[in-house]
Design a binder for this molecule. Structure first.
Ligand SMILES: [Zn+2]
Length: 859
């Protein structure tokens, strides 16, 4: 479905306005769906959920529904606003008043007091971001109906004091796909079990790890139509967790918190989370846990924490989608901070075990949201004041004074992206009209400045500085207490952009900019046989387009001199007659092209035929790889499933095959027989492994990303060892992370690698001598053959985040190229395209692909 026509929208609104408020005419979810929400083995799909909300809005003057989509795959994306009729009549006025509170710089004390006195608390309810956690999107209909029809004092109080902005599903594509899959699974041995594909086209379960990079359509829609429009004080994010722990989690979170989050927000989270837990327990709902499992370190999951609001996560125990399960008390397990079989202060009323069904999840979620809304409404003024004070403190921040993004950057494309992230995060960005000096360094005109005295400076600061993650242990000297997510988010390191912290105030001629275009490149004056291009991401994006157009580009393998200028190995040479094609690319992508005549040994390139392996044990890294190829780098590819690989003959149709990050066991073994329909079981198997080996021996390039390297190392008998193999524990499931060893642990950090293969391998071209890489429970190699392209230094390589046991990495290889037959295997011991963030290492991945289809030329 696509965007609803404007005329229909208007008709629905007019219709809604004409109807009386009588609740009797407001349809229940059951009357529209034909079954009660939460019924065993019944799920409403996205089309039905949209249909219900449209009927609800048409009948209730308290409810407004907008479709602000389309989503990634063309579905409607709904934003539902619910409040009292009186508030609805002046909704725009309420919204504007709330936004004024978010910029204390232009507000006097009296104005602020008046706004806090008269304002409404804005509460956002985010349902169904994880589509296999099916409860929340179902619950959203009952929550909305209860608010639309309730006449009790409690509901009326909530509606009077709060504006509720609800997303019935943050991932409508996934809501639809998962329900479709579930329905097909009914009555089979795999009913309610895992699904063999990512439930978001590109990110799968990682779709809630996008709250600072904003790469995905759904994140962008939410920021624009919810966060920018409303600046909610409270956000409730409804999730589900495993089946054998508590029945529901609510904050307080466990340590650590991201240190840039204002302490008032931490206390606000503690307060409202504990209130939610208390509300549930008062109702007699058992198995409620607080202060366990979930931390608040990574900003990837918590946009509100740097924008004057709080994000309350609740996590309900899961059933098998809508299929009930039996859990015996003895099967309940411990987790971080509690044991589900033991009453403790933060888990005072254990669940005794028994049947657990979708309706239980719906009931727990209804109660949690109700308690949250009560607390927010009753403390309306507190929430507005907290938001105002937090923004005011940020807007008067003295240290640091600013972050400066110098005008001259090696990668103007990544620089513009980084500044774009700041703008999307509602951070003010300034451009210098003239040269200026700060902390004894002179910056050219066109440099960008992010002043720290602004309301949302915490968002900028945490992403621009380095993280020092605390060394937390389960007990003193014991194994590490794993973070819930990764531990680093320093964008300048990830993206290869220079950003300078300025502590002392400085004077500069600054103008505020709304958008930050890529710094313009050009073709330099002069004539020559070729245009010489550098070897950074912008030039490699241009290379992809030129090869697609059939332009014979060369890749020099040695340094050369032309008219007194030195050119590095890896310089790309574009024939003079491609000028008309090249010129607009220089402007769009921000690189220089220099006319040259000199000839030098080079590789003649053609467009590589690329395959990306997609396991039926879905790998989020596979989705991110496709996203990066399609949306950022312009790499054409075909998807390969187990059957395609097992069939062999791969070299006839492909030059390079990418194996996204995935442990060997999942790739080779796949899903166990009987767990899914037979075509999704069994993995690559022996034939698939042999198919890949033959592909390499016949001249293909196999690119193994991170843990995918385990497979060729083991199955092709490569002369390479993963020195961290002993420390790698098996993954316990998507949301469980790895269990660390007490000697070595690095669950997501930015490390320094030294690039040493410039003269021996084209894979090193375009990389800095020291390149920051993304290490996430990754591998490190000892190579007895092949070429080491990047290696860890003989000192602690940690740049940002947490690394335990750096001695195990020192001197070990991070990127290795190993010949095999007529082809080669490229082993990445890191994730060069991590969550579409690591622009600084895209070059390494592109090098592996673009060197897979070459003819050497003597000159
Ligand atoms: Zn979740």
């Amino acid at each position: 479905m696509t965007r609803r026509p404007a005329a229909l929208c208007l008709a629905l609104l007019l219709c809604a306005a004409a109807l009386p408020a009588a609740s009797a005419e407001v349809p229940t979810p059951e009357s529209v769906l034909g079954f009660r929400v939460g019924e065993d083995r019944r799920l409403a799909d996205w089309t039905e959920i949209v249909g219900y909300f449209q009927k609800l809005a048409a009948a209730s003057p308290r409810v407004k529904v907008e479709n602000v989509g389309p989503t990634t795959e063309g579905n409607p994306f709904l934003v539902v606003t619910i409040t009292s009729e009186a508030n609805m009549a002046r909704l725009e006025e309420i919204r504007r008043a709330n936004l004024r509170l978010s910029d204390p710089r232009v507000l006097g004390d009296d104005d602020a007091r008046a706004l806090i006195e008269s304002g409404k608390v804005v509460v956002a309810l985010n349902h169904g971001i994880h589509s296999t956690e099916v409860g929340a999107s179902q619950t959203s209909m009952e929550t909305a109906w209860a608010l639309a029809t309730g006449q009790d004092p409690d509901t009326l109080d909530i509606l009077d004091k709060a504006v509720i902005v609800m997303l019935p599903s943050h991932n409508p594509d996934g809501t639809q796909k998962v329900v479709d899959w579930y329905r097909k699974s009914l009555g089979t041995p795999w009913e309610g079990g895992p699904i063999p594909f990512l439930y978001h086209k590109y990110t799968g379960h990682d779709n809630n790890r996008d709250w600072y990079m904003f790469t995905q359509v759904e994140t962008q829609l939410t920021v624009k139509h919810l966060y920018d429009r409303w600046r909610p004080q409270v956000v409730h994010d409804l999730h589900q967790m495993g089946a054998r722990a508590a029945r529901i989690f609510a904050p307080p979170y466990v340590d650590p918190w991201e240190p840039n989050v204002d302490p008032a927000l931490i206390e606000a989270v503690n307060g409202i989370g504990a209130h939610v837990a208390a509300g549930l327990t008062t109702e007699g709902k058992k198995g409620v846990v607080i202060h366990a499992l979930y931390d608040a370190w990574s900003p990837a999951r918590a946009y509100p924490h740097t924008h004057g609001g709080v994000r309350i996560l609740t996590e309900c125990a899961s059933a098998k989608m809508a299929t009930p399960i039996e859990v015996r008390f003895a099967e309940l397990e411990p987790g971080i901070g509690y044991d589900a079989r033991q009453a403790t202060w933060n888990f005072p009323d254990p669940w005794p075990g028994g049947t657990w069904r979708l309706r239980d999840i719906v009931d727990y979620q209804l109660s949690a949201t109700r308690a949250l809304l009560q607390q927010a409404a009753r403390n309306r003024a507190y929430w507005l004041r907290t938001s105002y004070e937090v923004n005011r403190r940020a807007a008067t921040r003295k240290q640091p004074y600013a972050f400066i993004v110098p005008g001259e950057q090696k990668d103007p494309l990544a620089t513009a992206k980084l500044l774009g992230v700041m703008r999307t995060g509602a951070v003010e960005v300034f451009r210098a009209r003239a040269e200026f000096k700060a902390d004894d360094r002179t910056y050219p005109p066109g440099s960008h400045v992010i002043l720290m005295a602004q309301p949302f400076s915490a968002f900028a600061k945490m992403l621009l500085e380095r993280q020092r993650y605390p060394d937390l242990r389960q007990w003193p000297g014991g194994p590490p207490q794993r973070p819930y997510d990764v531990t680093a988010h320093t964008l300048p390191l990830l993206m290869g952009v220079e950003v300078v912290r300025a502590d002392a105030p400085f004077v500069a001629a600054l103008e505020r900019v709304d958008a930050v275009p890529v710094a313009r490149g050009s073709i330099e004056a002069g004539r020559g046989r070729f245009f010489a291009l550098g070897h950074r991401t912008p030039e490699l994006v241009a290379l992809g387009r030129l090869l697609r157009a059939g332009v014979p580009v060369r890749w020099t393998t040695a340094a050369f001199l032309d008219r007194g200028r030195n050119f590095r190995p890896g310089t790309l040479l574009v024939p003079e007659n491609a000028r008309a094609r090249l010129e607009p690319m220089t402007r769009e992508l921000g690189f220089l092209a220099t006319p040259v005549t000199a000839v030098t040994p080079s590789l003649l390139l053609r467009k590589p035929r690329v395959g990306v392996y997609q396991s039926y044990v879905p790998s989020m890294d596979e989705g991110w790889t496709r996203f990066v190829f399609e949306k950022q780098l312009g790499v054409d590819y075909v998807t390969l499933h187990d059957q395609d690989v097992r069939a062999g003959g791969l070299r006839d149709r492909l030059d390079a095959i990418v194996l996204p990050d995935q442990p060997r066991r999942a790739m080779v073994g796949g899903n166990p027989a009987g767990s899914l329909p037979p075509e999704y079981c069994g993995g690559l198997g022996k034939e698939g492994v042999q198919g890949l080996k033959s592909f390499v021996e016949e001249g293909g390039t196999l690119v193994a990303l991170d843990s995918a390297s385990e497979m060729p190392i083991a199955d092709f008998s490569l002369p390479v060892t993963n020195v961290l193999a002993a420390f790698r524990a098996e993954r316990r499931g998507e949301d469980e992370g790895d269990q660390g060893s007490k000697d070595f642990y690095c669950p997501g950090a930015i490390l320094a690698a030294q690039v040493e293969g410039v003269s021996t391998s084209p894979l090193a071209h375009g990389l800095d001598a020291t390149t920051p890489i993304w290490f996430e429970n990754s591998l490190a190699f000892e190579a007895r053959g092949g070429t080491v392209v990047a290696r860890y230094p003989a000192e602690n390589p940690l740049l940002s985040g947490w690394l335990l046991g750096d001695k195990y990495l020192q001197g070990k290889a991070a990127l290795v190229e190993v010949p095999l037959g007529a082809g080669r295997v490229v082993l990445f011991g890191f994730r060069p395209q991590y969550r579409a963030q690591s622009w600084g290492t895209y070059v390494a991945l592109l090098n592996a692909l673009y060197t897979s289809a070459v003819t050497p030329l003597a000159q």
